[in-house]
Design a protein around this ligand. Sequence first.
Ligand code: ADP
Ligand code: 5RP
Length: 551
Amino acid sequence: MSDGEQEPGSCYVGVDVGTGSVRAALVDQRGMMLAFAEHPITKWEPQFNYHEQSSEDIWAACCVVTKKVVQGIDLSRIRGLGFDATCSLVVLDKQFRPLPVNYEGDFHRNIIMWLDHRAISQVQRINETKHSVLQYVGGMMSVEMQAPKLLWLKENLRETCWEKAGHFFDLPDFLSWKATGVTARSLCSLVCKWTYSAEKGWDDSFWKMIGLEDFVADNYSKIGNQVLPPGASLGSGLTPEAAKELGLPVGIAVAASLIDAHAGGLGVIGADVTGHGLICEGQPMTSRLAVICGTSSCHMGISRGPIFVPGVWGPYFSAMIPGFWLNEGGQSVTGKLIDHVVQGHVAFPELQAKAAARCQSVYAYLNSHLDLIKKDQPVGFLTVDLHVWPDFHGNRSPLADLTLKGMVTGLTLSQDLDDLAILYLATVQALAFGTRFIIEAMEAAGHSINTLFLCGGLSKNPLFVQMHVDITGMPAVLSQEVESVLVGAAILGACASGDFPSVQEAMTRMSKVGKVVFPRHEDKKYYDKKYQVFRKLVEHQKEYSAIMNED
Ligand SMILES: Nc1ncnc2c1ncn2[C@@H]1O[C@H](COP(=O)(O)OP(=O)(O)O)[C@@H](O)[C@H]1O
Ligand SMILES: O=C(CO)[C@H](O)[C@H](O)COP(=O)(O)O
């Protein structure tokens, strides 16, 4: 088909594998979602900081949701399929069967999830090498990336896993392999999580230096020696077996995948903002920051040239948008932290009961409860003496310090619903202060950002959005389609089908502005003071740690 022309009625299937569930959508060429389905996936936490999943369970969930979204539609309209997923590590043997990543030998659990922190000692040793590839992950490798996890497997499960392993996939690449039988990896996953360089390829000296010379010896066949840009069409498209399982036509185009945060970036960052009164109108896309907020939050900023931001992942070339460099800031637990704080409070059963009685989510209930108790002051002012440091699972950016812990100051003996609501508010604010901290680091290094583009589960929470806007002082754009990560996955399918000449073109055509939220500038002074406290909290935490570690 000629550039930019689509068959009338053409549509694309996007599949998004998040931490807690798999979602699918049927999306048309204007980016409108015609159908949506969601299915939960199983997670195991066999020990503290160990998080595992099953690739078979995830694939089965992909099949359930995909079949649902195409039910009753003319299948000949479907021109492409795109996957995105969390950056978890999937391990298969030489015959592509699951291999256990655990001491128990449970074959179902063949995925080390992205948030798993078992490889702390391994990542410390990797960072001590000061190898030059580390410059491209913010100067410090994260325990959530793949090299430390692979080293952990070699050092801890040598016979049961490492020696039997034939294939190590990032989850997005596992899905595209399942659909097509093609083992090519996406540039996105290899660059962002595996130290691959879009310009120079693998660096043998890195793998040798960290004790994983095995990969060099077999020419990287286990971790990927064929690399494709996200959105490229894979092999001969959907295999007959996968087509039957997914309920889709054989041979439709399947795209090289993206990590979920990057798909979210694709789904939101290219929208035409004309007429919304935004400062980024008429400015390059580099003035926009996509913030994908689900279990974790990822802050995706792009630039024309490489920008090295200490503690912020990247710069990664062409890992999200072709031709652009990407910096990825992040907070490892955001949605998970809010859930943790709320569910762990003694008033949670009361909250659940009251929310259920009103047929509301607990978050909608808490937001309206805060509106009741705020009286005539802005809601954010309820936390004048309650402050939270949100790194309950270490700091991803910009401090890149996995030893950091959460802090709360200002606790009282109160155990009621007001207390829970205010603690929830302080937690949401702390996450927004974390975003401000990341943006400041990115700007200090050369980024120039003025507008947020939010998506992911937390962007459905108006309080979370308003706090991000008020605390950063930047307006936030919410997409017309709430599930923008799925639009990003569908954009991949659309590109693979050949219906769009480029990812940029598909992005501009398929992502649409829904709502814009502007900051309440009159509250700035208050939030600036709270931000000062926020920054002091971590200084104090470091002081406590130094005192305790003194001889
Ligand atoms: N309607 C909602 N209101 C408030 N918070 C929500 C809502 N839906 C989801 N969330 C929050 O978003 C988080 C999950 O986001 P999601 O994007 O579904 O995660 P993931 O992609 O990691 O599976 C949850 O932890 C929850 O805190
Ligand atoms: O590291 C990441 C992206 O690079 C994400 O944090 C990870 O993939 C988990 O995503 P989510 O919070 O949407 O489940």
